[in-house]
Design a protein around this ligand. Sequence first.
Ligand SMILES: *[C@@H]1O[C@H](CO)[C@@H](O)[C@H](O)[C@H]1NC(C)=O
Ligand SMILES: *[C@@H]1O[C@H](CO)[C@@H](O)[C@H](O)[C@H]1NC(C)=O
Ligand SMILES: *[C@@H]1O[C@H](CO)[C@@H](O)[C@H](O)[C@H]1NC(C)=O
Length: 238
Amino acid sequence: MKTSQTKLLVTKCLLFSLLLSATFFLLFSLQTTAGPPPSAGADLRIRPGYSSYEAYIQKQLNKTLNPKLRKVWTTRDWDRKIQVFANFFDGLKQKQLLFNDSKALCIGARVGQEVEALRRVGVSDSVGIDLVPYPPLVLKGDFHHQPFDNETFDFEFSNVFDHALYPNHFVGEIERTLKPSGVCVLHVALSRRGDKYSANDLYSVTPLKALFSRSELVHVRTVDGFGLDTEVVFRKRI
Ligand SMILES: *[C@@H]1O[C@H](CO)[C@@H](O)[C@H](O)[C@H]1NC(C)=O
Ligand SMILES: *[C@@H]1O[C@H](CO)[C@@H](O)[C@H](O)[C@H]1NC(C)=O
Ligand SMILES: *[C@@H]1O[C@H](CO)[C@@H](O)[C@H](O)[C@H]1NC(C)=O
């Protein structure tokens, strides 16, 4: 009688401790697997919904060719934006990242306000590219396949990174066409989302650091650039 009671107690204790350790094991493993670690991939997300590259280009063209927008860009916005860009570029000249004799490219330049600003601050050899040309400031060109030879530019600027469907090609083409020691300045939005024409969403500079594999990070700073909040500067390695 006594021994069977002891046996029952022992069995109960054994079962209880087994249950307890199983619970701890489960909690522990849940805690260690809960949520993936922050990675570059999580901070750069390509928007879904483009059935083909052609469909993507068509959508981008819809914005670029919008006659109302083009009118605003070339009239109401023109002087104000050129002034803001000119201040940005003057600041980059003071930091010795841009010079009057730099050969400069503006990527996704629309009607070329930034190109005009570069020329006004003395960087005379500057040009833009976009899907739709706007001569003489902007040539026709897709930033996923820049129409330039390797090592052409000393300086490249873009504020349309969010429009890249293939960010690795966008950056790869910049690094291909920059001369060794050439400088790339990007204005991006980290704290707000782009419009419906954006093809990706960026949440930190970490993915950019990974994409610019042939360059060194020069600086990251906060700016107030037409809805874009962050300036990221890279210098291509020699
Ligand atoms: C582009 O705009 C045209 C006319 O405004 C419209 O018919 C077409 O569906 C649009 N295409 C895309 C990809 O948004
Ligand atoms: C660069 O160009 C600007 C505008 O033309 C001029 O005022 C400035 O003196 C030039 N700077 C140098 C270092 O030549
Ligand atoms: C241009 O650069 C790319 C990579 O940056 C390289 O694969 C290619 O061979 C180069 N082309 C020429 C003509 O040097």
